[in-house]
Design a protein around this ligand. Sequence first.
Ligand code: TPP
Ligand code: MG
Length: 326
Amino acid sequence: MAAPTREQQVEWYRQMVLIREFEEACYHLYAQKRITGVYLHLYSGHEAVGVGAVAAMERGKDHIITAYRDHGVGLAVGVEAKYLMSEMMGRRDGVSGGKGGSMHLASREHNFWGGYAIVGGHLPLATGIALANQYNQTGGVVISFIGDGATNNGYFHESLNLSGVWKLPVVWIIENNLYGMGTEIIRSAGNPILHKRAAGYGVRDMERVDGQNILAMHAAVKEAIEYARTEGPVLIEAMTYRYYGHGVSDKQYDTRLADELAQWKAEKDPIHLFRSKLVGRYKNIELELNRLDDDAKKQVAEAVEFAEASPLPRTMDELLSNIYVD
Ligand SMILES: Cc1ncc(C[n+]2csc(CCOP(=O)(O)OP(=O)(O)O)c2C)c(N)n1
Ligand SMILES: [Mg+2]
């Protein structure tokens, strides 16, 4: 596999800082009740997983689906921040017409199929999308993210099994952030080495990948997609960490967890690690990266302004549209 170019890596850095900035803004907007809803699940800490995986996709051909921690994937596939922010705020210009909110982002144009709130509920959908691609011989592969907690749900086992039986073109990526809500994975999984579950279903086991290292993520997912395109399903376990607890209103961090969080931020932050790699490798790149940091701030501020000016979907037509398929 050819090494990623400087230009590609700068683009990945741009996406990662945009996601971080977007999520920080969402955190504050939620506290101010400018974003509402029962939950808000942020992607801060996971950026290298989403950006690395999306970077390995063939655009227009491959597909991607995830659960409710979905803002980062939306930005990585290229949905404009202003349409995502409008969806956060339930506005007409939102990607789902303002009727989905944070957990139901999707963009058909980007082959990004959501955004689902039911734990594991999107895994049978991923299986179906992969089956459609196999049946129609499109050559397309589906990337499906899976929370570590979701691997104990029946959907996970049924979906992996069918993908193995039919040799479907799907890359299953467990985003193992060590917790499902407040429960540590070692307290909920009989065998917490989650990638080993691949063996039970005839899925290729690509083991653990450092989800804080974007270059490792990209390389692993690239290899997985190439395999899935011709041979069948693959499972990767990406090790990562969430920065805001399960959701932003989850103030679970006792002293032990606060120490753990501080350690991940200090030693394994995916953006800091990538930035220092880039600065070490390429002369004079720092100014370019600083500019991207500033651009991300500007873009998110403009997205908030755009969203707040967008109307709420309140007409009778909007109330009744997109409820059933015609
Ligand atoms: C079927 C179902 N059961 C329970 C819930 C409540 N719930 C929401 S998120 C969650 C934890 C999932 O954790 P994980 O899969 O590790 O994803 P993470 O939030 O860490 O990204 C639970 C139990 C739900 N939404 N759906
Ligand atoms: Mg988890």
